[in-house]
Each structure stands twice: as C-alpha cells, then as structure tokens.
Ligand binder design. Structure first.
Ligand code: ZN
Length: 93
C-alpha cells in the first residue's frame, strides 16, 4: 500500500491509501464525498528498519481497523521465588 495525496475543495489535502500503481486520477473525499483530484509529489522514501516500518503501519492501520481482543490476556503472575536471599527473610502476608 502507498499513500497518495488528493485535494478536496473543502478539506484541503487528503491522504488516501491504494496499492502501489493503482491510484486513480480522482477519488472521493472520505469526509464529505466530494470528488478530489490527485496531487503529485515526490515519493517519501526513507531508510528505516523493518520493525519500525511494521510498527508505523500497524499504528496507521489501527485508525480504521483496530485489532479486536476476543479474550482476556493471560496474567503474567507473580514470581515464584524472591530474587535476592535477603528478601526471603521478609515477613509473608
Ligand atoms: Zn472533503
């Protein structure tokens, strides 16, 4: 997916995502539905790590398609033993 810029007469520049190479010359504004013409700008090329790019894409995707939790996450629980020998001498509840 790539982000393409369109110009709405009422809302100004609007970013719309399309698969690379499939952006139409016009689109409809997601806020008012008016026809928008496509703006041409230099591509935003960056050298970023894959983890950072994946995190950014997940963040952007969560705006429209948030991940839904269907169950309560498992509880981490308490550590079985104290990590320091002095903590083992402390009174227990
Ligand atoms: Zn609009």
């Amino acid at each position: 997916m790539a982000v393409y810029a369109f110009q709405c007469v009422e809302h100004g520049p609007v970013d719309v995502r399309f698969p690379i190479g499939t952006a139409p010359p016009t689109s409809s504004c997601p806020r008012c539905g008016a026809a928008m013409r496509r703006l041409f700008s230099p591509p935003a090329l960056r050298l970023s790590s894959r983890a950072l790019v994946a995190a950014i894409e997940r963040d952007e995707r969560s705006r429209t398609d948030p991940e839904v939790v269907t169950a309560i996450p498992a509880r981490a629980g308490r550590p079985a033993r104290a990590t320091h020998p002095a903590q083992q001498r402390l009174p227990r509840p």
